[in-house]
Ligand binder design. Sequence first.
Ligand code: TYM
Length: 377
Amino acid sequence: MAEMKVTPWEVEGPVDYDRLIEVFGVKPLTEDLIRLTGKYAGEVHLLLRRKVFYAHRDYDVFLKRYGDKEPVALYTGRGPSSKVHLGHLVPWIFTRWLQERLGLELYFQLTDDEKFLYHRDYTLEYTNSMAYENLLDLIALGFDPKKTFVIVDSEDIAYLYNIALRVAKKITASIVKAVFGFTDSTNIGMYFFPSLQIAMCFLPSTIRNEKVLVLIPAAIDQDPYWRVARDIASSLGYPKPAQIHSKFLPGLGPGGKMSSSRPETAIYTTDSPEAVYRKIMNAFTGGQPTAELQRKLGGNPDKCPVFTYYSMLFEPSEEKLSERYRRCKAGEILCGECKRELAERVAKFIEGHQKRRERARDRIEDFLIRTKVSIRK
Ligand code: TYM
């Protein structure tokens, strides 16, 4: 079995989420925090209830500030290296819910610079065009244009540069080597890049000219940035950013997260219904090799990406989810049937999303920071 590896650029092997809590030094999300979120939001989102968002740093501080009506905002982002897949939607769906329910501003960063620097063969034109393609997916999810500020790094750098300089001066090469695993052959653009992803944590404070605490909903792979951000925040006069971390939507193969580097095991929001069916019908499952054995021994939903898709995104009813779990374990449902039902739901969701995504083409401007905020140093 491959070793677990979780970095902002690679996730490999079976992910042990409890161990990540220890290794990254984050806290498990408690029932009390979930309850308090529900009190403010008027409902508890499925992704919280099912502990897909399962760990945090200072989420309690964020909620307290929110309750005290002190300035808070949301921050998240995307490295536009490819089309968007269903995994990316997990933190965004939750972020959108937080925006709507708590009435918060969202600052969203598209790091076309990062993906240009990281991938040897990508041109800046390609990653920049992907940024705008990916933005359509964000808009399609229903974010509020009045409260959403999107930065495209390569074009909107003036918003970030003065903050990033102050950030960069606090971070040595040995820190980024230790935190991100950079070596002597990593290009120097990558050495500077973390200061931009970190600078975004402080942009709302600069724009609003008050100390704004940001909450970052993202999968746990982005955590290394926030460790560094939190270490230097106070010395720059900013509140430490808070995080709420999600688990990964798995790929359709055995082990690993859904990732664009494995296209046959990823479902893109732009896939055709045929591609969705093909990929899901070919998925790895927690089932037995034959129908006969499956009926006798039952499947293993805990190790099955297909079941995880139901529990993370595609089965809102708790009752129906536990019934599916029970039937799988008892061998009453075969993998083919379970996959077909999932493929139907995913194809239906994607069809609706694609319509909203096309309509978003005329609305891009409404979301860009440059169309609504002037630059402050
Ligand atoms: P990127 O493009 O790798 O990922 C975008 C967001 O999607 C999450 N994610 C997943 N979540 C669930 N299941 C998966 N299989 C999955 N794969 C990716 C990531 O955690 C992330 O939240 N450097 C960043 C861009 C960025 C950013 C940020 C991300 C800039 N500022 C602030 C989060 C928060 C990147 O390349 O993300």
